[in-house]
Write a protein that binds this ligand. Structure first.
Ligand code: ZN
Length: 279
């Protein structure tokens, strides 16, 4: 249950048609849909008899050395995501966007699984700061093609599946013929505005009155920056997470904001209900 204090704040927020919100989501929200974080024990990938960690395989370095294995790993992950369903947390976020509209609401997500879209969030008001698996792009920097939708005609994959010759053809850039790459931010790459909307995310965050942080533990740079910007500027912050995190502990230490420990699939619908009551 959310506190009466938070409920009162959400009423006040919703009633002010100038007030803006950013919802920042991470792996925790999708873990409730059965998607592994790929940083934990599900993250390994075997090449021959060697086990690789995501930090090794999700890199440009590995893609240059062994694009076949990198694509096999991503096609397997793509299948896992396609077989999962959005949960009530994803639906609540989509509903908040619908109620508040694009002027007041922005979703910033670290997740590449596409579940927010399948729940009804729109591309227009969503910043995919780590990219997403529903798109690919040319692997050649010099080729100026836009993002491409994930190619059709690629069969679902297990960890053991091979990629057929015909599927390899579908993974080529239609413009220059080079191999495409997953549209995701790799561990040896940096955020940018062109692909990952880095500046836009910071701008939206600066404009917002309320930041709701869901299921992210603060391991990456941009979410950290957004959180501390909001904290240092005395914005209202709500942290929703299964366990305590650096974000929840900082809020508690500063005696500010709201920490809601539990399932986002249960807590986000409560936040939505408080907003809906008002509008
Ligand atoms: Zn190309």
């Amino acid at each position: 249950m959310i506190s009466s204090e938070l409920r009162a704040y959400l009423h006040e927020f919703a009633a002010n048609d100038q007030a803006k919100m950013v919802v920042l989501t991470g792996a925790g929200i999708s873990a409730e849909s059965g998607i592994p974080t790929f940083r934990g024990k599900e993250g390994y990938w075997k090449i021959g008899s060697v086990n690789y960690q995501p930090q090794e395989i999700g890199t440009m370095k590995m893609f240059k050395q062994n694009p076949q294995e990198v694509w096999k790993w991503y096609l397997f992950r793509h299948t896992v995501c396609n077989n999962s369903q959005p949960n009530p947390g994803h639906y609540a976020v989509a509903e908040m966007e619908k109620i508040l509209g694009g002027k007041r609401f922005t979703l910033v997500t670290q997740n590449v699984d596409g579940l927010h879209f399948r729940a009804g969030s729109t591309f227009k008001n969503t910043l995919l700061i780590h990219g997403d698996l529903t798109h690919v792009r040319c692997s050649k920097d010099s080729c100026d093609t836009e993002l491409l939708p994930f190619p059709e005609g690629i069969a679902p994959k297990t960890r053991e599946s091979a990629i057929s010759l015909e599927e390899w053809e579908r993974l080529r850039c239609p413009s220059c013929g080079a191999l495409t790459r997953p549209h995701v931010l790799w561990f040896d790459e940096y955020y940018n505005e062109k692909y990952y909307k880095y500046e836009t995310a910071l701008h939206k965050n600066r404009e917002a009155d309320l930041l709701i942080v869901v299921g992210t533990s603060g391991a990456t740079n941009l979410p950290n920056k957004m959180y501390y910007n909001a904290l240092n500027n005395n914005k209202q912050i709500v942290v929703v997470n299964l366990d305590s995190s650096i974000f929840s502990r900082t809020l508690e230490a500063n005696q500010t904001g709201h920490v809601l420990l539990g399932k986002s699939g249960e807590i986000l619908p409560e936040i939505l209900a408080a907003i809906k009551d008002t509008i």
